[in-house]
Design a binder for this molecule. Structure first.
Ligand code: ZN
Length: 289
């Protein structure tokens, strides 16, 4: 009996040691990740901002305002993608705590709800518009809304293609070129500015898409891959911090996703890979806010 007890004690001691070693290793990995990505810039990725939709692409207006207030109160400075590349490639100085606030698709609620809030907190935003949707569907921006926001200096307008086709599913190179080139031409023509950035619809890209993006005259492109945008990254594969969730979204989730992107980004990718390979149970064990 006494032998059993001392065996159990020894086992418990070894187990505790193993748990402590694993814990310390995890802490070391987290510290390393945060340090290694200290140059990274968060590029927040929103879609709809309103109080009536409950889908995962919507953030409620008061929640959005709380997030913008948090950024303003905590010394973040919102910049444009142009300013980011100017700093990385031409040595221009970045402000303290730079951040890029982006919206995909160009919903009319960006004008009605997000624009006044950004103005109130002195933050700049960038809207990636689907150019064929403007003046076509009532829940998307009109060219006059886009023009007014652009003229205010608060909002920058860039491209999200002509008709939101998933670029890697297009049959021909001509279609791909048209989606990228003609959406840029539409922005240049309607808004008298040179569109220089694109957000890939659904985040899909490959070598052909990157080539076509450059040929169309863009300088940079954003994905929906979760992580910070970093100076060492391919300019045509810039990471973002997707913010989504409607009712399941909380301020805590926002802060965790923003502040610990170098830790949760790789976890998010691992979770997706596990799911894609049918390991749902293992994927569920990973906590990604
Ligand atoms: Zn989209």
């Amino acid at each position: 009996m006494q032998k059993d007890v001392s065996l159990l004690k020894a086992l418990f001691k070894q187990l505790s040691l193993a748990v402590a070693v694993i814990f310390l290793l995890l802490v070391a990995v987290c510290i390393y990740q945060m340090h290694a990505h200290a140059d990274g810039v968060p590029v927040l990725n929103y879609h709809q901002i309103n109080d009536k939709d409950e889908n995962s692409l919507t953030i409620h207006t008061d929640q959005f305002e709380a997030e913008m207030k948090y950024l303003a109160d905590n010394g973040y400075h919102a910049i444009t993608p142009e300013e980011l590349l100017d700093a990385w490639d031409n040595g221009k100085a970045l402000p303290e705590k730079p951040i890029i606030i982006t919206f995909d698709d160009g919903y009319a609620d960006n004008y009605k709800n997000a624009y006044p809030i950004l103005k109130k907190y002195n933050l700049k935003g960038t809207i990636f518009i689907v150019t064929d949707y403007l003046n076509t569907y009532p829940n998307y921006l009109t060219w006059s809304m886009a023009s007014e926001m652009l003229d205010s200096g608060v909002i920058n307008i860039e491209s999200h293609t002509l008709s939101h086709s998933e670029l890697d599913k297009l049959e021909t190179r001509e279609e791909l070129d048209k989606q990228l080139r003609d959406s840029k031409l539409a922005i240049d023509w309607h808004l008298h500015k040179k569109a220089a950035f694109i957000a890939y619809p659904c985040g899909s890209f490959n070598k052909d898409i990157e080539e076509s993006t450059l040929a169309a005259g863009y300088k940079g492109a954003f994905t929906v891959h979760y992580g910070l945008a970093e100076p060492t990254q391919n300019r045509l594969q810039l990471d973002r911090v997707p913010i989504f969730g409607s009712n399941t979204h909380t301020m805590l989730r926002f802060k965790l996703r923003l502040l610990y992107a170098p830790i949760f980004g790789p976890l998010d990718e691992l979770q997706r890979n596990l799911r894609n390979n049918g390991h749902d149970f293992l994927a569920r064990l990973l906590m990604v806010p």
